[in-house]
Design a protein around this ligand. Structure first.
Ligand code: ADP
Ligand code: MG
Length: 292
């Protein structure tokens, strides 16, 4: 491989907003046959909005929102920020929280007005022995519409749910189609639940999803794919994605994402546009042909 063509290739890629961290990545990218996409912030814009609130009969909606908003205020998770924003927009005041705890991949808990408040996944409710059978149907319907649904309990009793919705990037569907037309297998991976994941995936033409992956689990999933002989590019934006970006044959970080993701990746895609994935692979092929 001649250093001159690699440099020229890197330069052309940079003009398109594709930053290779080293010449070796420009060489290796051509071998990618599997692309794993993170959902939130990669396929979607990553700015969820609070869309649905259902409080149980024993509690007013405003009191319910005040309790869960107070706990979520302590969390840095994008879902928490979406919930808090929606609650403040409704003019609801938040309260003091004691013994706040974040449970990565599951949700949050804390004590508000001497009441134990838990917000998060159905698994978190199950772990706390909260009976949620009465709302499972509604939850599944929201999820089938691509919404992320979070359940809440107050003092050990199911109290209501909130759902948030994230917008798919305008460019995602076509960008994914381009990859598929290049015979590249596209998989979406997320910590979110299976049903929501499938709904979002279907909207952008992805058939294969790996859902309900715990924060530490993404790298493990990439390794599993590699062990079957696949050459995997992982594309993500979050702190959670960093270990998977590092393990993948090629890690691609979204330039609008976290610094941690960009540090772990081999390539930064300055434009959040997923078309840069196909562009990077094509660039790699062209550069290597010029060298041969
Ligand atoms: P993602 O990759 O979708 O950001 P995470 O692994 O961070 O997923 O979280 C997985 C799931 O845990 C979320 O979809 C949500 O249901 C729940 N969860 C995580 N953090 C919170 C939170 N602060 N409040 C409520 N639920 C949460
Ligand atoms: Mg993300």
């Amino acid at each position: 491989a001649t250093p001159t063509s690699i440099m020229a290739g890197s330069g052309r890629a940079a003009e398109l907003g594709i930053l290779f961290k080293g010449g070796e990545y420009l060489e290796q990218t051509q071998h990618i046959n599997t692309v794993v996409l993170d959902k939130t912030g990669t396929v979607t814009k990553g700015k969820p909005e609070l869309t649905d609130v259902y409080a149980e009969e024993h509690i007013s909606e405003r009191l319910f929102l005040s309790f869960i908003g107070s706990v979520e205020k302590q969390s840095e998770h994008p879902l928490a920020q979406a919930i808090v924003r929606g609650i403040l927009e409704r003019g609801i005041e938040l309260r003091d929280v004691k013994e706040f705890e974040a449970i990565p991949g599951y949700g949050v808990k804390g004590i508000v007005n001497q009441k134990a408040v838990v917000v998060g996944t159905r698994q978190l409710m199950n772990q706390n022995n909260i009976d949620i059978t009465s709302i499972l149907n509604m939850m599944e319907e929201l999820e089938a519409n691509g919404k992320t649904t979070m359940l809440a309990s107050i003092n050990g009793q199911y109290a209501g749910l909130v759902a948030v919705s994230d917008t798919i990037k305008e460019t995602s569907k076509k960008a994914i189609k381009r990859l598929q037309e290049m015979n590249i297998e596209v998989i979406m991976m997320t910590g979110d639940n299976e049903r929501t994941a499938k709904a979002i995936a279907a909207q952008v033409g992805i058939g294969q999803t790996i859902a309900e992956v715990l924060p530490e689990g993404k790298a493990e999933e990439v390794k599993k794919l590699q062990s079957t002989g696949k050459k995997v590019a992982m594309v993500g934006d979050g702190i959670n994605d960093a270990p998977a970006l590092a393990v993948a044959d090629i890690g691609m970080a979204i330039g609008t994402g976290t610094d941690v993701a960009m540090e772990a990746a081999d390539i930064t895609l300055i434009r959040g546009d997923l078309n840069s994935i196909a562009d990077a692979i094509i660039m790699s092929h062209k550069t290597m042909i010029n060298i041969k």
